[in-house]
Design a protein around this ligand. Structure first.
Ligand code: FAD
Length: 486
């Protein structure tokens, strides 16, 4: 094989089950490349927590490639310009990549295609990020699904995703282009190092992704059906950051899940529930591929009239976990301290922001974008719009979570809340989720001084609920006057 080809890594930082890499390895000597394009996506450039994961993920991928006798070439700058330079430097005949579905991806891929053609090289893109390609699953009328259940049913009726492929045999060139040193990219926070301790919580990289999946299917999935809503229990997979960076493919998950069902038929319904959550990831990605304004604009245009509030002191209290509602504060502090938040609590904090504080869902979406390790444009946008009521197949706006009831239902004994809000650790369970109702003596015995050691609630639940319902009524009136809606 004399041709030199480039494999351009994107959010597919793995070597197994990567169709584009498979094809590259059959075509020539492969130069693996990752380009850190800080301007890609403009306002949606990579957030702080994701930079931490990216650093470790690239270090892990580079290590595996080196062990195979190759190198991961790192370049920083505009993607097309860097690929252009690499084509000049290497004379590569092809650029291979996985297709991506962010609103800017198509244009970028077209530019790379045109730029490669000018070099007489071919740009080839392959699936690899989703189970089903956007556009391949449609309603009987050929339109995109806007409701999850029929979407997922149609996916399950489609031909099964192909079985995953192992790491291909890759031959590498003898001469290498220059590479940046990863450390010079400064992806890790320094002053302050807010990610201190994350290395003991998270192990980015393909090998760890596989271990996490195996451990989940071997030991946890049987509890997924009932346990996935309990934030103190380790019953969800925590695969989201691995999926976001493509360290594991959804096909690998799909097929491992099918094997698990074959071997342990008693786990079938829990496994199917888990797969349907992977289905939500598909649904969100298909939606954003087809409605690219979704991260910035209400899917249901009726919500353009909603009287959202902008940034204010309550937003800061929410971000810092100082709202005075213990389950909300626990979630926001878990997020800040670990780069992750349990799904049930994500729903509670998002509802609190958009309904109790009436703050624009886009401000919450931005905060999550910066602080979540799994920050994913599609899943984040769709989930925020789902909670805010403006999304496809959304929870109705008038369904307002009561943060006290949510805490009492899903963290009854308070293990989760006490872990993240330690100043409430000694309050009796009965008052944990509503410390303002505790008698003065109980608070004193627990060492709590409301408004000093722990905040008083920043809004009253009942009043906030009424304000939200009345804002919603205004919206309904305004939108029926304007004759808009979906
Ligand atoms: P599991 O329960 O083990 O689920 C397996 C996988 O399915 C997840 O890893 C994830 O890839 C996918 N998944 C599960 N639930 C959802 C969902 N509701 N929507 C889309 N995919 C889902 N998920 C992200 O990956 N990135 C985000 O930026 C993101 N932002 C969110 C914002 C809000 C306001 C809410 C309510 C949810 C958000 N989610 C997001 C969805 C969900 O909370 C996480 O995917 C999940 O908590 C990850 O934990 P897990 O891997 O243990 O999930």
């Amino acid at each position: 094989m004399s041709d030199t080809v480039i494999y351009w890594f994107r959010h597919d930082l793995r070597l197994s089950d990567l169709p584009g890499l498979q094809a590259a390895s059959l075509t020539g000597n492969v130069i693996p490349v990752f380009i850190h394009d800080e301007k890609l996506g403009d306002d949606w450039a990579i957030g702080g927590a994701s930079r931490w994961w990216l650093h470790h993920s690239l270090a892990s991928l580079a290590g595996t490639i080196e062990a195979m006798g190759g190198k991961l070439i790192l370049r920083r700058g505009d993607t097309s310009s860097e690929l252009n330079k690499l084509l000049t430097e290497t004379g590569a005949s092809h650029v291979f990549a996985s297709r991506q579905y962010q609103p800017w991806s198509d244009e970028l891929e077209r530019n790379v295609h045109d730029m490669a053609s000018e070099h007489g090289a071919q740009f080839k893109r392959y699936p690899g990020t989703l189970l089903f390609e956007p556009g391949s699953v449609a309603t009987g009328a050929g339109t995109p699904f806007k409701v999850f259940t029929p979407f997922w049913r149609a996916c399950l009726r489609s031909p099964q995703p192909e079985a995953p492929k192992p790491i291909p045999t890759i031959s590498f060139p003898e001469v290498w282009p220059l590479s940046d040193a990863l450390d010079t990219w400064n992806l890790l926070p320094t002053s302050p190092n807010w990610a201190e301790g994350w290395a003991s919580l998270w192990r980015p990289g393909e090998a760890h992704a596989k271990n996490v999946l195996t451990e989940f299917l071997d030991d946890k999935v049987q509890n997924y059906g009932d346990g996935r809503d309990i934030p103190s229990k380790p019953f969800t997979s925590k695969l989201s950051p691995y999926l976001k960076f493509g360290e594991i493919s959804p096909r690998q998950i799909w097929w491992a899940a099918q094997r698990c069902k074959d071997q342990e038929p008693g786990r079938a319904s829990a496994v199917d529930k888990f797969l349907s959550e992977i289905g939500w990831r598909e649904f969100c990605n298909h939606l954003v591929a087809q409605f690219p304004a979704m991260p910035d604009k209400a899917f249901n245009t009726k919500f353009d009239h909603f009287p959202w509030r902008g940034a204010n002191a309550s937003l800061s209290a929410w971000q810092r976990g100082n709202t005075g509602y213990p389950i909300v504060d626990a979630g926001m502090r878990e997020l800040w301290q670990t780069g992750f938040m349990h799904n049930r609590v994500r729903m509670v904090v998002a509802s609190f922001l958009t309904k109790h504080l009436l703050i624009d869902w886009r401000l919450g979406e931005r905060w999550f974008w910066d602080t979540l390790l799994d920050a994913d444009l599609a899943s984040n946008a769709c989930s925020w719009q789902w909670v805010a009521g403006s999304g496809a197949d959304a929870s109705p706006y008038f369904r307002i979570f009561n943060p006290v009831a949510q805490g009492e239902k899903f963290d009854k004994s308070g293990i989760y809340t006490r872990r993240w809000v330690p100043e409430l650790k000694d309050i009796p369970d009965k008052f944990l989720h509503k410390p303002w109702e505790a008698p003065p003596l109980t608070l004193e015995t627990a060492g709590i001084k409301l408004g000093h050691t722990y905040p008083s609630p920043i809004v009253d639940h009942k009043e906030a609920r009424e304000a939200a319902l009345s804002a919603y009524a205004t919206l309904k009136a305004l939108s029926s006057e304007a004759g808009v809606g979906q």
